[in-house]
Design a binder for this molecule. Structure first.
Ligand SMILES: NC(=O)c1ccc[n+]([C@@H]2O[C@H](COP(=O)([O-])OP(=O)(O)OC[C@H]3O[C@@H](n4cnc5c(N)ncnc54)[C@H](OP(=O)(O)O)[C@@H]3O)[C@@H](O)[C@H]2O)c1
Length: 273
């Protein structure tokens, strides 16, 4: 997909690591001016520097996506530097693990504020700019297979991603008249910092024990046994999906693209006993 984003400007929120970093680098390789983002200027700058070192164009902007002012400032910075916004990837996300009956208000709000409200703030600020430009635009919200299933201890994460799925549909319907397409990419299990948090044990020794399940801990064997494709997905595979969505020549809007190795399609608990 070389040159598929030539001359376009793309913002990728939460692009200091993991899936967002992979998408930002792939967009730059495809010719886009990329705006990277993180809660830390230094971490956003690190991805931007890698992009420039590879011959691409990037601007790093610090900002907390759960703060509306920061979301607006991110879009404004893209406009100041590159003249507009063509692609907005709302990727920034957090997770925690807490049994529902013991969960604090803070634990609930932390995840909802970033993963759901932050996606809305990003989509709203970028959408307003796209309308002002009088051009087409692509908004891509990063959801998860956890938006379609329930997992113990992940109530706010499950709720936030389910919310992202239906927010995506609502925005797609509303913004279609402006030629703005809104889709979600819903990954399965991908090795990143976020995934590492839930892959380890909840104990101090971090060794996986029987009683860590079901709140903590899954390993390669679990993914192998449960996932039809038998493995984690890669950052490159997620970036390829995001490239396809960003190019915009697909007649898709309001779609939730699951990139999960068949996890949601599979009906049994395990491929083997
Ligand atoms: N890994 C998976 O298996 C998986 C599966 C399905 C969906 N996802 C989704 O994919 C997205 C990326 O996650 P990841 O796995 O790549 O994890 P990650 O490596 O931990 O990346 C999360 C990114 O979000 C940023 N971030 C967190 N809170 C932020 C905030 N309030 N404002 C701005 N940036 C913020 C982090 O940057 P700083 O810490 O530098 O601020 C980081 O760049 C998330 O939406 C996640 O829910 C991941």
């Amino acid at each position: 997909m070389q040159d598929s984003l030539n001359g376009k400007t793309a913002i990728v929120t939460g692009s200091s690591s993991g899936i967002g970093m992979g998408i930002a680098e792939a967009y730059a390789e495809a010719g886009a001016n990329v705006v990277t983002n993180s809660r830390s200027q230094e971490r956003a700058e690190s991805t931007a520097e890698d992009i420039r070192a590879a011959g691409g164009t990037a601007l790093a902007v610090e900002g907390d996506m759960s703060d509306r002012k920061d979301a607006q400032a991110l879009v404004d910075a893209a406009v100041d530097e590159f003249g507009g916004v063509d692609v907005m990837v709302n990727n920034a996300g957090v997770s925690n693990i807490s049994p529902a009956l013991e969960m604090t208000e803070e634990e609930w709000r932390e995840v909802i504020d970033v993963n759901l409200t932050g996606v809305f703030f990003g989509a709203q600020a970028a959408g307003q700019q796209m309308v002002e430009q009088d051009g087409t635009g692509q908004i891509i919200n990063i959801s998860s297979i956890f938006g379609s299933i329930g997992v113990q201890g992940r109530g706010p994460y499950n709720a936030s991603k389910g919310g992202v799925n239906n927010l995506t549909r609502a925005l797609a319907v509303e913004l279609a008249e402006h030629d703005i397409q809104v889709n979600a990419l819903a990954p399965g299990f991908i090795r990143t910092e976020l995934d590492a948090q839930t892959r380890k044990s909840g104990d101090d020794d971090e060794t996986l024990d029987e009683d860590d399940w079901p709140y903590y801990g899954y390993d390669d064997q679990h993914i192998h046994n449960r996932n039809p494709m038998g493995r984690f997905g890669t950052l490159e595979e997620m970036a390829n999906c995001a490239l396809f969505l960003a190019a915009g020549d697909h007649y898709m809007t309001g779609e939730i693209m699951h990139a999960d190795g068949g996890w949601l399609a599979f009906g049994w608990g395990s491929k083997s006993r």
